[in-house]
Design a protein around this ligand. Structure first.
Ligand code: BF8
Ligand code: SF4
Length: 635
């Protein structure tokens, strides 16, 4: 059962409930917003100064330049790189938060946190060129935290950020350095984008876009450090069986949805929930406390601890409409402001936790790492109290959930491959790519967007690629889509994988002790965890002595929405990866910028954007690109 708004059966079940109760959802608001502004869609509206707003007439009849003289190329370029700056700021602020927490742990100032994965910490040290031999864990952690914070502090423009320098192939670093787009300092690069796009500054669209690419690479740096340091503090993901979709909400439990992005909060909420389970039972919840995830916080706790995922971005409101979520605790990013109003229609506590991310009407618990346990106790207490106010007559939990095997970070993938060849884990992967059993690799990333039926493009493209023996990786809300629709299961491999891919996934899964194939789509984590996919690709490239832009590797963000997705897509291109967008980017008002990102980028970086709104055709185009790359490699 699907609707034209979403192919998620939970949406079909709950949208009529919302309608009956007079609750408007993201889809109602999308409808009310039609027709959307054509100037905005083309990217030719400028609000950068108060002489404006200005807009360039795309049909050529009206003004072709803004009041200051900026033309469509300048306006479009400025708008899109400001989006990249915002995306990079979001990811790297998350990264900074984790790096500062690691420093606090190292100094013994944050008792709520530990280094849960010492081995990872040591491997991070090695990656960053820090000698950890004979040193205490705390000392290594401090050095790593300081080296990470250096990426926000360094003033030497010729010295690239530590993390990006450690993460990319030598060939890629050389190419990016040659184009002057390697970031030296995340904060500085973001500031530069804001400065150069101020009225009367950089108006050269090519120069602007190159500045944006540097910002996108700063975004990559921020997500590398966020991912790797989180693994050291909270544990590195390994395969775990769990479930996804709104059916993971339990009628008999105090349901606490953790939503947002940063694991610093959600991890402690999970720990404290275990300690307060009895309290919930005493309040009448026979199933105790049930933590469920939404968006990337959901992905973080899912891949590390097997916490079930309730849903991805577009149906976060539907979780509340079940009437059975007692508290939704949020931190940063991708939280619809509408949740506080919908929570108020029910008994649900909407709890914000970060001082720079409040929502009108929500309760705010000021979360600090120093008082994390106390804050989490308070939050769980509010949830238990809310549970007592829940109206059982308004509970509508859709009976949909799918099994998902998740937790395939770099180490887990290498571990699984190592079960086949312990001495040379990459060999089975490389051999199977070379002999064509695996035709190529596709990384699915990015959001949901009301412009396409929720999850439909993800599922359509993935099934077609799998049938054509493409190995599938996923992060973010893309991973959420696949988990909800049962594509992260062994059954999905049996049903949808092409014969040779199925044989490979079965051989690896069986050797790795999964009693069957690997799931059809490998869940690598949240959006910041896209860096994991680059790590695997980089290892393959290094092993073959080639660069990333030669691998039969593609990326797809078929339902992209956020500024963070714009930043990720852009670094993916800069790293040499052909990157599909299934949503029309707001750049087409400038033929020059469009050409730069879809054509010229290919010459400069090897990667480029491919825009295709039709998912079937998108899959075909991705296959064509994979085949081109294979041919060029002579395989
Ligand atoms: O960082 S995929 S809607 S939740 S931005 Fe947001 Fe997009 Fe989801 Fe995660 Ni990523
Ligand atoms: Fe108009 Fe130029 Fe001001 Fe933009 S910067 S609003 S184009 S005058």
């Amino acid at each position: 059962m699907t609707t034209n708004q979403s192919i998620d059966p939970s949406a079909a079940a709950l949208l009529p409930v919302a309608k009956k109760q007079g609750i408007s959802t993201v889809w109602d608001r999308h409808k009310a917003m039609q027709p959307q502004c054509g100037f905005g869609q083309l990217g030719v509206c400028c609000r950068i100064c108060w002489k404006g707003p200005c807009r360039v007439d795309p049909f050529g009849d009206g003004p072709q330049v803004g009041i200051c003289g900026a033309n469509a190329d300048t306006i479009v370029a400025r708008n899109v790189i400001r989006m990249i700056a915002a995306g990079a700021a979001s990811h790297s602020e998350h990264g900074r938060h984790i790096a500062l927490a690691l420093l606090g742990v190292a100094k013994g100032e944050l008792p709520a946190y530990q280094i849960r994965d010492e081995q990872k910490l040591r491997s991070v040290a090695a990656k960053l060129g820090i000698n950890s031999e004979g040193k205490e864990i705390a000392a290594i952690a401090e050095e790593i935290a300081l080296a990470s914070l250096e990426d926000f502090r360094n003033q030497d423009h010729d010295k690239p950020c530590n993390w990006i320098a450690s993460a990319l192939t030598a060939k890629r670093l050389e190419r990016l350095a040659g184009l002057h787009v390697l970031p030296h300092n995340i904060d500085a690069v973001i500031t530069q984008i804001m400065a150069r796009t101020h009225v009367g500054c950089d108006s050269d669209p090519v120069n602007l876009i190159l500045g944006g690419i540097k910002g996108a690479l700063a975004d990559f740096d921020g997500m590398c450090l966020a991912t790797e340091l989180s693994d050291a503090v909270f544990g590195t993901p390994s395969p775990v069986v769990t479930a996804a979709n709104l059916g993971v909400i339990k009628e008999g439990a105090v349901n606490i949805a953790v939503h947002g992005h940063n694991p610093l909060l959600s991890e402690i909420v999970c720990d404290v929930a275990l300690l307060m389970d009895d309290e919930a039972r005493k309040a009448g919840a026979k199933d105790g406390i049930n933590i469920i995830g939404i968006c990337c916080t959901g992905n973080e706790v899912m891949v590390r601890h097997g916490i079930p995922l309730a849903t991805n971005y577009l149906s976060q409101e539907l979780a509340l409409i079940t009437g059975a979520v007692d508290a939704m605790v949020v931190d940063v990013q991708c939280i619809m402001p509408s949740v506080s109003e919908i929570g108020a229609c029910f008994h649900t506590e909407i709890i914000t936790t970060m001082d720079d991310n409040k929502i009108t009407g929500a309760r705010h618990v000021r979360f600090r790492e120093e008082t994390a346990v106390e804050n989490a106790r308070q939050i769980v207490g509010f949830a238990i109290d809310a549970f007592k106010r829940r109206d059982p007559l308004r509970v509508n939990i859709p009976d949909f959930k799918q099994t998902a095997i998740v937790g395939f970070g770099t180490e887990a993938i290498m571990g699984a491959l190592g079960a086949i060849n312990a001495e040379d884990p990459l060999k089975p992967l490389i051999d199977n790519i070379a002999n064509g059993n695996i035709r190529g690799i596709a990384l699915f990333a990015g959001c949901n967007n009301t412009q396409v039926a929720q999850d439909s493009s993800f599922v359509t493209i993935a099934k077609k690629l799998a049938k054509n023996n493409v190995l599938l990786l996923a992060t973010g809300c893309g991973a959420g889509s696949f988990a909800k629709h049962g594509l992260m299961s062994q059954e999905a491999t049996d049903e949808y994988a092409g014969e040779s891919l199925k044989a490979v996934l079965t051989a690896i899964g069986t050797a790795a002790g999964l009693n069957g194939p690997l799931p059809l789509v490998l869940h690598m984590g949240s959006c910041v965890d896209n860096s994991r996919a680059v790590e695997v690709a980089g290892a393959v490239a290094n092993r073959l002595g080639v660069d990333l832009d030669q691998l039969p590797l593609v990326a797809s963000a078929p339902e992209a929405m956020s500024e963070k997705a714009v930043a990720i897509g852009t670094w993916s291109v800069a790293l040499g990866i052909p990157t599909h967008l299934g949503i029309m980017p707001q750049i087409t008002g400038s033929a020059m910028v469009t050409e730069l990102l879809t054509e010229t980028a290919k010459e400069l970086f090897g990667g480029y954007f491919m825009v295709e709104l039709d998912p079937n055709q998108a899959a075909d185009k991705l296959l064509t690109v994979i085949d081109e790359r294979r041919k060029a490699l002579g395989i």
